[in-house]
Design a protein around this ligand. Structure first.
Ligand code: SF4
Length: 100
């Protein structure tokens, strides 16, 4: 069964961007442009930005065509899991492949 990368524990993220560097390495791209992973920083509700930060992670669905196990392993805080694709994700994946 096809596998997909999921953000399971976003609250653990420390914003180190190692996951971004890994996918850029796999894509053979420099810098952050066109990355399939984006990490957003914001202040926790009711706090100033310099007090407490939290991060959210956005994954492009096409990331599942790459070495997602390597991305899962490189994260020092185990934010990601690799899980079986749901039927819906399989369908979306098939649509993505048709566009290519
Ligand atoms: S590697 Fe893990 S901790 Fe670092 S930015 Fe990515 S998700 Fe967050």
């Amino acid at each position: 069964m096809a596998k997909s990368l999921k953000v399971q524990f976003p609250e653990r993220c420390i914003g180190c961007e190692l996951c971004i560097m890994e996918i850029q390495r796999q894509l053979k791209k420099h810098g952050l442009e066109g990355s399939l992973i984006r990490v957003f920083k914001s202040a926790k509700e009711g706090k100033e930005i310099c007090e407490t930060l939290e991060y959210s992670i956005d994954l492009d669905p096409s990331i599942n065509s790459y070495d997602i196990e390597q991305i899962r392993k490189i994260c020092p805080k185990s934010v990601f899991v690799v899980a079986d694709m749901t039927e819906e994700e399989n369908y979306e994946d098939a649509l993505l492949e048709q566009k290519d």
